[in-house]
Design a protein. Structure first.
Length: 691
């Protein structure tokens, strides 16, 4: 089968619907999908039947509502299509009701206190805007998930709500520019980074199996210093994996487009072509799942953790975001002459103002225990939220500030000095890899997200904060006498009030940290520092105003995030203790005994071996330290306060993490001294250079 034929072959997409549904049903469903209008309940029965027949032809025996609870991953529960008949046989059935609604027992999903386990009812509702698909002999129906009392229990409903919010406010603004658009859509293209390690080696490391990252490991002789992996030729085993990955994703209708080696050894990236934010979110979840599954088929394990290895780059997820009309106009496209493109300037201002006013929320949206290892570690943007606009737009804003309204149009041409090479039009921005929120020509790239995160939360925040600044602008325009003048006044005010958030320099530098402090930009270093901003009055009001979260929903999500942080650290600390006590310590004792015995023997023969004696002493004393640090970490864990979720999170940050770090430092020193024959698990070198 060619790629064009196999693409989407497991998806109940518009082409299949058109082929299999009666004309009226198709038209009605298509309207819901394209325009977001309410679903006509009569169509469900017909659609369900057509879906079932199609899925059975694809080998499906079961169906499942597929949803995205607040765990950040997806959930599914499979029911078969069978229905008994009087004569002891079965027929395959699937009703409209079963398509539209499901009722999984929801008691074991995190709800942040929204739902006590004794009232465990949760409902899933079909999201017709995301296509159903067949995978592993089941029909998957994308759904939203809420509680009996209507509180939202998932990441999808608020994402859809935030898309509505930004659409509504953008249309209010667009009205003043004359438009036939009836909807504004947020688009997302997430670039996904990951590591591949050999499955046999992976299994020998309890830390990788239980926590997804290495909790011990001395730096290998070679890391990423030579920068020879980035965009390097792809090894055969990895290439075979990537080929199958693409094929699987294409069948599921995921627009997998780009693949390459990343900076760290064993690190890679896959990126799709962008799509609407909710589809991008579903597809990114599928991508993460398929990455893991296909890796296993190749004797590999795919690590999605933000920081699998200390000392080499971690993994992020670049969230490329833009908004456009349903008539196909990208509202963030500067055009040839941005200074006179008022519509663009206004939408650009909305984003600048949003990032400045709500940088704290953007920081919250990427706050996880795993991501704390990246942000600010000179490999990812720092924890300070700022924006990069590039030379062209910065000079446009500068000119406007100076009262100019025209600029020479510059279409820069790239001169290579080689006649035979084609002349290349230069992009309006160069790349700045260090900025957390960078303008990249006709979209913004938010680079702080962690590789294992759902992209729902990030886009909920981006959509909502931009909805808010657009609504402020719309209020002004709606009461302005001279709209044209008001547009420019809004742009000028934004430049005046919010340009502190713009920084085009090196975000990794120490000077920027100081400069950002002078500008009054928050620097929320860890998850425990960042999360409280989620429930500030200003942010609770924001989500309420735009119908994205009620106050109760915001507070419950805050609790879930805090608990997630503490639980992750608890599991990591316990895993460290086990490895240290039952694997590392016995190895050190055994090896030091061997060295000591050999020294004793040599000395009894009258040989002078002061260096070997010193070595024996050092290993012994480090082993003693190891025991002390094991005890200290254990004591820290025993003393976890049982107060509020925030106190617990802060305690983990202040008391448990430092104890984990000291234990690791000692163990890693021992690793460099103990014979490899004794060391109980694969080293960094084994893991990073064996795929
Ligand atoms: P890079 O050079 O950073 O890899 P690309 O242009 O290849 O940038 O795009 C990276 C991601 O951004 C891809 O997923 C791409 O589809 C997505 N993208 C491109 N244009 C837009 C847009 N207008 N809105 C959202 N995402 C976009
Ligand atoms: Mg990019």
């Amino acid at each position: 089968m060619s790629v064009a034929e196999s693409f989407g072959s497991n998806v109940f997409n518009l082409a299949v619907m058109k082929e299999r549904l009666p004309k009226d049903t198709f038209k009605s469903l298509k309207k819901t999908i394209k325009d977001g209008t309410a679903l006509d309940p009569n169509v469900a029965e017909v659609v369900a039947n057509a879906m079932k027949d199609w899925a059975i032809e694809k080998g499906a025996t079961h169906y499942t509502h597929w949803f995205q609870p607040m765990t950040g991953i997806t959930a599914e529960k499979h029911d078969s299509f069978i229905s008994p008949t009087d004569d002891g046989r079965v027929i395959m059935e699937f009703s409209g009701k079963e398509l539209i609604m499901g009722e999984p027992d929801a008691s074991s999903f995190p709800s942040g206190g929204l739902r006590a386990t004794f009232e465990a009812r949760g409902y899933t509702a079909w999201d017709p805007t995301s296509f159903a698909f067949v995978k592993d002999n089941s029909l998957y129906i994308p759904t939203a998930f809420c509680s009996y009392s209507g509180e939202v229990l998932d990441k999808k409903i608020p994402l859809l709500r935030s898309m509505e919010a930004v659409s509504k406010q953008a249309l209010r603004v667009l009205k003043f520019f004359g438009t036939d658009a009836t909807r504004v859509v947020s688009y997302v293209g997430p670039e996904q980074e990951y590591f591949l390690v050999d499955a046999e080696l992976y299994k020998q490391r309890k830390d990788l199996v239980l926590t997804g990252r290495t909790l011990f490991g001395a730096k290998p002789a070679k890391g990423q210093e030579l920068e020879d992996h980035y965009f390097g030729a792809i090894k055969e085993r990895v290439s075979a994996f990537m080929k199958e990955l693409d094929e699987e994703l294409w069948k599921l209708g995921v627009l997998a487009k780009t693949k390459h080696n990343e900076v760290a050894p064993a690190q890679h990236e896959i990126a799709p072509i962008f799509s609407t934010a909710n589809i991008a979110c579903d597809h990114n979840q599928l991508t993460m799942e398929v990455l893991k599954k296909v890796a296993n088929r190749h004797g590999l394990v795919c690590l999605l953790h933000e920081k699998p290895f200390e000392g080499v780059n971690g993994s992020g997820k670049h969230n490329n975001w833009s908004i456009g009309t349903n008539t196909g106009v990208n509202l963030l496209k500067p055009g040839d002459n941005p200074i006179s493109n008022k519509k663009f300037l206004l939408f650009l201002s909305a984003v600048i103002k949003a990032v400045d006013m709500y940088g704290d929320l953007l920081r919250v949206s990427v706050a996880t225990a795993g991501n704390d290892h990246r942000l600010g570690a000179n490999e990812a943007p720092p924890a300070i939220v700022s924006m990069f606009l590039g030379d062209q737009l910065t000079s446009v804003l500068q000119a406007l500030k100076n009262g100019e309204t025209t600029m020479d149009e510059v279409i820069a041409v790239l001169e290579t000095g080689v006649e035979s090479l084609p002349v290349i039009n230069r992009d309006s921005t160069d790349r700045n890899r260090t900025s957390p929120f960078a303008f990249t020509g006709n979209k913004f790239e938010f680079r702080m997200a962690g590789s294992s995160q759902s992209i729902a939360g990030i886009n909920i925040v981006i959509n909502t904060i931009v909805a808010e600044t657009l609504s402020m602008f719309a209020d002004r325009l709606e009461s302005a006498k001279d709209v044209d003048a008001e547009v420019m006044a809004i742009v000028m005010d934004t430049i005046k009030e919010n340009s502190r958030v713009i920084f085009n320099g090196n975000n990794y530098s120490d000077e920027w940290v100081l400069e950002a402090e002078r500008r009054g930009l928050p620097n929320l270093k860890t998850t425990a520092d960042a999360l409280p901003a989620f429930v500030s009055e200003k942010n609770i009001k924001l989500f309420e105003k735009h119908g994205v979260f009620t106050e109760t929903e915001t507070r419950s999500r805050y609790e879930i995030l805090l608990e997630g942080y503490s639980k992750t650290l608890q599991i990591e600390a316990l895993t460290m203790l086990e490895m240290a006590k039952t694997e590392i310590l016995p190895a050190c004792i055994a090896y030091s005994s061997e060295v000591i015995e050999s020294v004793a023997m040599k000395k009894s023969m009258g040989l002078s071996v002061p260096k070997q004696e010193a070595m024996a002493e050092e290993i012994s004393s480090l082993t003693e330290s190891l025991i002390c640090e094991i005890d200290a970490l254990k004591a820290a864990l025993d003393a976890v306060p049982e107060k509020g979720a925030l106190e617990t999170a802060v305690y983990f940050k202040d008391a448990v993490i430092p104890a984990m770090e000291s234990l690791r430092a000692t163990a890693d020193s021992l690793e460099t001294m103990v014979s490899k024959d004794y060391w109980p698990f694969p080293t960094y070198e084994d893991l990073l250079f064996n795929v």
